[in-house]
Design a protein around this ligand. Sequence first.
Ligand code: HEC
Length: 280
Amino acid sequence: MGIQFAALVVAVVLVITGYSLVAHQYVSSQAHQFMDVMLAVRQYTSRKVNPIIAPINAVSDEAFLAAAVPSYSATKVFEYLRLNNAYADFHYREASLNPTSSADLADEQEAQLIRRFMANPSLREVSGTQAGRSDHRQYFVAKPIRLTNESCLSCHSTPDRAPRSQIRAYGSKNGFGWKLGEVVGAQIVTLPEDAGLPTPGRFALLLVLAVGSMSILVVLAVNRVFSRLVLRPLSQLLRLLRGEQEDQDLDGRRDEFGAIAKGIASIRAYLTRGDESDRA
Ligand code: HEC
């Protein structure tokens, strides 16, 4: 019993450890997929949307058409994605130390990440967990945003190059003075560490319940089969031995029970004959 219990504890610990690793892998790959999709949205805006809208923004005195801005389209797409309840706890940020939009101003933690990316150009990505807004811990992946494209400079170099409508909407103080090749911010995807999966403890409980009920079913089935195949003929044999029963049930059997029943019958016949000859 002690050994069985120890084996069960070891099995549960192994399962929880394995499951935690797989769950972490799953969450991390989900975060990376979102990051890649957001990068694709940025590319799409830069290559396909900006060339169409930039000339309009350049001459228009009306409201600034933000649809031309890669950062705007990526954050908007994510905002729409979060309307789906399955992604309500996911977050996407394009944070900067000198942001065009004040909503993108890096908080303390984000600023630290951006400074790390600035100081270390070979650092491609940082990921980890942090305390979340809710009681769930959060997993995050951050990548530097590097200004590699000339087209970014039209809106982020000097206010006089930027569309007037942009200046009117965002002002001329922030989001300028950026240079080609510079890290200008960070993309950060944050999602709950469990990302909709059961927690390892809950998973272990489900597993123990499933394995436990399977074991009970197997024991019941084995019991039933054993009693049908072995116990019932054995007790018939016993009754036969005690002379409480005729052997008609076992008579037709071609297995060991049938053979024993025949043996008992012939011994009994022999003994009966002995009795008769004694009396004669
Ligand atoms: C049409 C002008 C325009 C172009 C082109 C443009 N941006 Fe921006 N960028 C903006 C505006 C406006 C915002 C603020 C958007 C918002 O309201 O979220 C912004 C936001 C950002 C942000 C988020 C931080 C912040 O400043 O609010 C980053 C990072 C950024 N842009 C980088 C780039 C890069 C890199 C490129 C080139 C691939 C680029 N931008 C091209 C106008 C532009």
